[in-house]
Unconditional design. Structure first.
Length: 232
């Protein structure tokens, strides 16, 4: 009686065509070994194909340390020059013998007479002979009415001393002096005097004597000569 292996070999040999048996001259045992080799090779090929297939790759996750993001702080406004009055306005200080003294805001081009009316008018009996009521007001100036100034200061409401640049004279007001009066200062000619007037018109007047450095044509040496002879 044949064993199971013998019967399996005979069955496989019977399924091979007769021309194959004659051509290869294979015995049943050799054919069985060849089939086993082919099956093993097919298994290895399938495994190699399966391991080399493309696989999807996950994107790396962002690592967060849990610390809160810093909040951007708004820049703090830097201190700048004091605000200038609105365009078309001047601010003047009217004091002395008027009914309502104080700081007034008037339209640009107003004159001393307009400031006196805005302050309620001059008190009765006040001498305003030396007050030039037709003078155009400059922003930031002071109009003093009916008060005798101390020695060395110009008369109240006057446009400025005629020759304030000389030693021992009253300082020339940069905010109210005319081109002719600025021309009397040492080292200041008609052209530079006009530059000073143009600067105060453009910037609404001088807030300090140091602003004189910003006028075109005034250097450090000339500023040192003019500083004790002028005032805002």
């Amino acid at each position: 009686m044949l064993s199971l292996r013998e019967r399996w070999r005979l069955a496989l040999w019977e399924r091979v065509p007769s021309w194959g048996r004659l051509r290869w001259g294979l015995e049943p045992r050799t054919l069985a070994a060849l089939v086993v080799v082919l099956v093993v090779a097919a298994g290895f090929g399938a495994q190699h194909f399966w391991s080399g297939r493309p696989e999807p790759v996950r994107a790396p996750q962002l690592v967060r340390d849990g610390r809160p993001m810093p909040i951007a702080q708004e820049p703090k406004p830097s201190a700048g020059p004091p605000p200038s009055p609105p365009a078309g306005r001047v601010v003047v200080d009217v004091s002395g013998k008027v009914r309502r003294p104080g700081v007034l805001r008037l339209p640009a081009g107003s004159r001393v007479a307009d400031a006196l009316r805005a302050a309620g008018g001059v008190r009765a009996g006040t001498d305003i002979t030396g007050l030039n009521r037709a003078r155009v007001l400059m922003d930031g100036e002071q109009v003093v009415v009916g008060v005798v100034p101390p020695p060395g200061f110009p008369a109240p409401g006057a446009a400025g001393p005629a020759g304030g640049g000389s030693a021992g004279g009253a300082p020339v007001s940069l905010n109210s002096a005319t081109v002719e009066q600025l021309d009397t200062l040492p080292g200041v000619g008609p052209v530079l005097a006009q530059h000073i007037v143009d600067y105060r018109t453009e910037h609404g007047g001088f807030r300090s004597v140091d602003e004189l450095r910003e006028v075109n044509g005034i250097g450090d040496r000339r500023f040192a000569d003019l500083q004790p002879l002028v005032r805002p």
